[in-house]
Design a protein around this ligand. Structure first.
Ligand SMILES: [Cu+2]
Length: 163
């Protein structure tokens, strides 16, 4: 019985290893160089700001740990601007954040996070706690903004994870 348990553990860890390899070894486009390590490409960090696809809002990733920790909780901070006047932070927007990995998908996520992030808003500064990346590779953050019925969606790429 004991030997059988040990064997199933080996199988389980082998399966996890395969999953992690698929994760980090599946770049969206070979030219993007997402599979390069952080040390080989010092510029390949997280997206720091992104317009919503309709250009209604500009979203700034004000704070992100560098590097993002692997299998540890971390926190992000966002500020939202009017897309036409990206100097004054908006304080009356609603924000929704979802994160996942695409694994080659053009739309949506192949899988999400194993945690549920919590957002707190304070005078235009959005703090997203409870972020948790359990796989190595490029993660995609989808940010949905709503203000007085106007909506917008922006995407950030967060590489996981540095040494
Ligand atoms: Cu993955």
């Amino acid at each position: 019985m004991r030997r059988q348990t040990a064997l199933s553990l080996v199988v389980a860890s082998a399966a996890m290893c395969v999953a992690a390899t698929v994760c980090s070894g599946t770049p969206v486009a070979p030219m993007a160089g997402m599979h390069m390590s952080a040390s080989a490409e010092p510029d390949a960090g997280p997206t720091r700001q992104a317009y919503t696809l309709n250009h209604a809002f500009l979203i700034e990733l004000r704070a992100v740990p560098r590097p993002i920790p692997f299998e540890k909780y971390f926190t992000l901070e966002f500020v939202v601007y009017d897309g036409r006047h990206p100097t004054k932070a908006l304080t009356d927007t609603h924000l929704k954040v979802t994160a996942g990995m695409r694994h080659g998908l053009k739309h949506g996520f192949a899988h999400g996070m194993q945690s549920t992030p919590r957002i707190r808003a304070k005078r235009g500064l959005f703090t997203v706690a409870g972020m948790y990346f359990h796989m190595a590779g490029p993660w995609t953050l989808r940010v949905d903004v709503e203000r007085n019925g106007r909506k917008g969606t922006a995407y950030f790429t967060l590489p996981c994870c540095g040494q």
